[in-house]
Design a protein around this ligand. Structure first.
Ligand code: UDX
Length: 431
């Protein structure tokens, strides 16, 4: 099939590349000229395992093209996927859908034959209705169909998640459209993916509710981990003990510094904002947002205690600063709250991250990037494990025998017994 994917960000580029790999003809459009020229050279704007190889393979095979030309690209294709950003509005919880709306206004002149317009960007409920209304002012209703088809890709696992999704949600009441999209996703359905056709509004809401539910699981286990610490119970036992109940499930019960990233913080807030418009009180989600926002303060208190409340001139090493492992994404990373607060108290921060230097810290005098993990560790009063990269899991701490390391493992990646047996001062979460 002929597809046009608008927006070469995370969702757009992964979807475009995977659709091309399934044998479709895909044009990927972005208004950032440099990004498009780089993509033609195989330079990917973010880190995602396996993506570069797949982009190059499909670009070389002529199935994947890159362009800055919106209208021509739309004219040449049958299905248009909108994959532009929908960040949180400034000083509000509401999702900013202005990029989506601008695009819709621009594209109406290019709808020269029947086209399916799909929102893959996460958009609030009723956005599809609004898009349809705008388009129908300029285009005959027979010539287009607006669909919601949310993505559920995890960063770092996006290609696998695309090829083996738990479910594909397609929000449309239009039979012809549903048939076409079912055919597009046919290769994934035949590998076992569930295909769920719903109303457009339901599809829009499913995305938000999925993320809100997962965020709830994390906030829940984080709070329970606080109780475990006070009662000498290991959170690992609790996660396993409740997770083996099939109604609960074992995933997303790992405690940590709080959830971050490009989706959970933004989507939980957007869901609250949507509910408010309909005069509905989502009190549970409200508590989840608050619980996650309070969490960095709690972690900071523990850090102060570990350092005996003497923070000034203390050398603190962060292992990993992105919001989670296997990504270079800094969006809503919890350490963006932890590091400035520690600096304010006079700490000297060194960080090592497998994805390199981060511009987010360039204005902080006392934050430096270390290219060498060992030297970062050696000269630290406290090591904070912030993400769960395999590289950190396999670290050989024995080489620092001469020094009694103090480690605060925010991701519980090490065995408590092993660490204390090696005579380190080892702290983790909920155990
Ligand atoms: C998430 C959703 O999983 C995905 O379906 C959606 O489309 C986009 O948002 P992503 O943000 O890439 O994906 O990461 P995910 O692996 O879901 O983790 C989100 C945050 O929760 C991270 O900060 C992670 O460290 C944290 N987390 C996750 C926990 O603290 N504990 C867990 O058990 C799982």
């Amino acid at each position: 099939m002929k597809l046009c994917i608008i927006g070469c960000g995370y969702v757009g580029l992964v979807s475009a590349t995977c659709f091309a790999d399934l044998g479709n003809q895909v044009i990927c459009v972005d208004n950032d000229y440099d990004k498009i020229e780089n993509l033609k050279l195989g330079i990917i704007p973010f880190y995602e395992p396996g993506l570069r190889e797949l982009v190059t393979k499909n670009y070389d095979a002529n199935r994947l093209k890159f362009s800055t030309e919106l209208n021509n690209s739309i004219k040449k294709t049958d299905i248009v996927f909108i994959c532009v950003g929908t960040p949180t509005k400034k000083n509000s919880f509401e999702a900013d859908i202005s990029q989506v709306m601008k695009l819709i206004k621009k594209m109406s002149s290019s709808i020269n034959k029947f086209k399916i317009i799909v929102t893959k960007s996460t958009v609030p409920i009723i956005t599809g209705d609004r898009i349809e209304k705008i388009l129908s002012k300029k285009v005959n209703k027979k010539n287009f169909s607006v669909v919601s088809n949310p993505e559920f890709l995890r960063e770092g696992e996006a290609i696998r998640d695309f090829i083996y999704p738990d479910r594909i949600v397609v929000g449309t009441n239009h039979n012809r459209t549903n048939k076409i999209l079912k055919k597009l996703y046919g290769p994934l359905i035949s590998k076992g993916a569930n295909y769920l056709q719903t109303s457009r509004r339901a599809a829009e809401l499913i995305k938000y509710v999925s993320n809100a539910f997962l965020a709830t699981k994390i906030a829940f286990i984080n709070e329970i981990s606080n109780l475990c610490e006070m009662t000498d119970v290991k959170i690992d036992d609790i996660s396993l003990g409740i997770g083996l109940d099939k109604r609960i499930g074992q995933r997303f019960l790992r405690p940590g510094p709080g959830y971050g990233g490009s989706c959970f913080p933004k989507d939980t807030k957007a869901l609250l904002s949507i509910a408010k418009k309909f005069d509905i009180n989502l009190s549970i989600i409200k508590s989840v947002v608050k619980s996650n926002e309070d969490r960095p303060d709690l972690i900071l208190k523990k850090i102060f205690k570990i350092l005996n409340y003497k923070i000034h001139n203390k050398k603190i090493c962060f292992l990993g600063v992105t919001f989670k492992a296997n990504t270079d994404d800094m969006r809503d990373s919890i350490c963006l709250k932890l590091i400035p607060a520690l600096i304010k108290k006079g700490a000297l921060i060194k960080y090592y991250d497998p994805t390199g230097y981060k511009k987010e810290f360039k204005n902080y005098k006392n934050v430096s990037f270390s290219k060498n993990i060992n030297s970062a560790l050696e000269y630290s009063d406290l090591i904070i494990v912030h993400t769960e990269w395999n590289e950190f899991k396999s670290l050989n701490f024995k080489q620092f025998k001469s020094k009694k390391l103090v480690i605060f493992d925010l991701k519980n990646i090490y065995s408590q017994n092993l660490m204390t047996n090696q005579n380190f001062k080892y702290y983790s979460v909920g155990r």
